[in-house]
Design a protein around this ligand. Structure first.
Ligand code: HEM
Length: 320
């Protein structure tokens, strides 16, 4: 667009005489006034150009450099640009460029694997916040819980989000497993991922179990007493289990002793449960989740009832 003086649309040079020539005033004053007029005209021209550019940007933002630096490929409906769009985005590229539409439908997966993961992330977040208020010590653990329930702002909400989330995760992981079973997705080539899944189920249950003791209330105390008493009967490793006694297992050196850090549920058991619950199991479970998700991709994406097709491809098939 040509430069204007911003008032009447005329080129800036026409409406704004430069220098003192023709302004009829004294040489010094005339020169000054002329220069000022030229500067004002120039500024107006720059303003007009900026306004014009803004108009163009609003009309077609995809043509700007900023847009192109963020979204580097076209977003039209062709298979190529859709694939490029996925591959060139840091978040989307975790997904395959092409996925089976029917396989990701909620009525096929129930979204259960994804929701299990979402609940897990929520639990890690709320659990980290709970760690700010909890000490794994027999003297203060239960007092910390009472403090959270009554005095910490949103403490009750935080604790209940963590507790109910834990129950929800156990239910969801089981529903996810059930759907994988119903759709036969444990079969070739996904046997390995089924096994990783079983480990994730065990880790989920262990997270739930170790968390149970932490409030140091009667419920947790007796649950862990019963649970770890069962460990006495572990084959080979428990003092009452098959072949345990033959291998020299006693209540003071068997697997139960290792779990509790002693022969009774006491301070050491609380500390061990805390470390397993807040550090060790989450690290192991997160590592297996990474393998699990990677493996879904390596096995050809989520199993599905129909071949991969785009809307456009389906129309083509109909035409034939
Ligand atoms: C912490 C626990 C788990 C998480 C976060 C998780 C997450 C996921 C996700 C996000 C998917 C993609 C498909 C979908 O959403 O359904 C998936 C697929 C799969 N999961 Fe899990 N999972 C877990 C536990 C399990 C368990 C317990 C099993 C079975 C014992 C299992 C076996 C599988 C298999 C075989 C697939 C592939 C399914 C297919 O291709 O259709 N997972 N999982």
């Amino acid at each position: 667009m040509p430069e204007t003086n911003g008032n009447d649309g005329k080129p800036a040079s026409a409406g704004a005489p430069a220098g003192g020539a023709g302004n009829g005033n004294g040489a010094a004053g005339g020169n000054g006034g002329g220069k000022l007029a030229a500067v004002v005209a120039g500024a107006k021209a720059v303003q007009a150009r900026a306004a014009e550019e803004l108009k163009e940007t609003i009309k077609a933002p995809e043509k700007t450099d900023v847009w192109k630096s963020v979204l580097r490929v076209k977003h039209d409906e062709t298979p190529r640009s859709r694939a490029l769009g996925v591959l060139s985005n840091v978040f989307l590229h975790l997904h395959p460029a092409k996925i089976n539409r029917d396989a990701v439908a909620y009525n096929y997966t129930w979204g259960m694997g994804g929701m299990t993961f979402y609940v897990y992330i929520t639990l890690v977040f709320t659990g980290t916040l709970l760690m700010f208020y909890y000490h794994p010590s027999k003297i203060v653990a239960f007092r910390d819980i009472l403090y959270l329930e009554s005095d910490v702002p949103f403490g009750k909400l935080l604790r209940n989000m963590h507790r109910w989330g834990a129950h929800l995760m156990v239910i969801m992981v089981e529903l996810h497993m059930f759907r994988v079973y119903l759709t036969g997705s444990y079969k070739k080539p996904r046997e390995f991922n089924w096994v990783v899944g079983v480990l994730l189920l065990v880790l989920t249950l262990l997270l739930s179990f170790t968390g149970y003791l932490l409030p140091d209330d009667q419920l947790g105390f007796w649950a862990v007493t019963v649970g770890t008493n069962m460990a006495r009967a572990t084959p080979l490793l428990g003092n009452q289990g098959p072949f345990g006694a033959m291998l020299g297992m006693t209540p003071f050196n068997d697997v139960r002793f290792g779990l509790l850090g002693g022969s009774i549920v006491d301070a050491n058991a609380l500390l061990r449960a805390y470390i397993w619950h807040c550090v060790a199991i989450p690290i192991i479970a997160s590592a297996f989740m990474v393998v699990h998700f990677w493996r879904v991709r390596k096995d050809g994406g989520i199993s599905g009832p129909a071949p991969v097709m785009l809307e456009s491809e389906i129309k083509d098939v109909k035409k034939i």
